[in-house]
Design a protein around this ligand. Structure first.
Ligand code: NCD
Length: 284
């Protein structure tokens, strides 16, 4: 049984084959998962992640049980998380879990009889966002994930998409990271092999291939706010790309959205392409 709990569960072979198929299929519908049922078990807010799993499942001919409002589920009556997972694993073929607690997806995998997909656990990991982010990079840089200057800005302490992305890119040769955050929101664990830390984005913009922008995780106690200006973003090299897992708050001005470097809406489109293939692999 293939659980997707961490980027560590995704081998390079698995990822490149998933990206190759996602690039061929491009979100087209099929009936590979006809008769299969997915449960979306979300204990934290979500628009993109839950909807894109729903959309991916529908486009593969399957259906989804959406548990997005845990306040209306049995959790509100005091049911344990484990009992909810066991219950849903009796009536579905895989479960997508999002939870505020680190390790929640692992906890689910310990009791589930069907595959668990981690859609974000606390400030720990978000491996399926990394599949999408990796695909966006693979598409923009000629199927190559090496020799990149990656600038990560925002809440590096509590942003789980950042942690998973660093884990992935750190596997490939010669990637250098610029880590830009206020001192109290620094990336602390799992530091990459080659990195430079600063509080000033202007120092590194011109030496960036990928600018990965993140919001400040208020719900995890992070306090800070920042906004990049179009003038700043226009100092990026012309072949660079700007990514954001979304939701954005004020980090990127909307007048940058039409810029050819802006890839954040592509990331959202790719989320369905990638999750279709992922669901097929997991439920096979
Ligand atoms: C991210 C998350 O939930 O960690 N959202 C997402 O899935 N794209 C990023 C965030 O909430 O800041």
């Amino acid at each position: 049984m293939l659980h997707i709990l961490s980027v560590d569960d995704l081998t390079d072979d698995f990822l490149f084959s998933l990206w190759r198929d996602a690039g061929k299929r491009r979100g087209k519908s099929n009936s590979f998962l006809k008769g299969k049922v997915l449960t979306n078990l979300f204990y934290e807010p979500s628009t993109r992640t839950s909807s894109s799993f729903y959309s991916a499942m529908s486009r593969c001919g399957g259906s989804t049980i959406p548990i997005n409002n845990v306040q209306f589920s049995s959790a509100a009556k005091g049911e344990t998380f484990e009992d909810t997972v066991i219950t849903m694993s009796t009536m579905s073929d895989a479960i997508v879990v999002r939870h505020s607690e680190n390790g929640a997806a692992h906890k689910a995998a310990n009791v589930s009889s069907v595959p668990i997909i981690n859609a974000g656990d606390g400030n720990s990991e978000h491996p399926t966002q990394t599949i999408i982010d990796g695909f966006t990079i693979y598409n923009s840089f000629n199927k190559n994930l090496s020799n990149l200057r990656v600038t990560l800005i925002g809440d590096l302490k509590n942003g789980r998409t950042v942690k998973s992305l660093v884990k992935l890119l750190n596997r490939f040769d010669n990637n250098h990271f610029n880590l830009v955050s206020p001192k109290h929101l620094k990336l602390s664990n799992d530091l990459p092999k080659s990195y430079y830390e600063t509080t000033d984005i202007n120092e590194v913009l011109e030496e960036t291939d990928i600018l990965y922008v993140t919001r400040v995780q208020k719900e995890r106690g992070s306090v800070h706010s920042y906004s990049l200006t179009s003038d700043q973003l226009n100092t990026l090299p012309s072949k660079s790309i700007v990514m954001h897992p979304f939701p954005r708050v004020n980090e990127i001005p909307t007048d940058f959205d039409k810029n050819k470097r802006a890839k954040y809406f592509d990331q959202i489109k790719f989320s369905v392409w990638c999750r279709q293939i992922l669901l097929e692999r997991v439920m096979k």
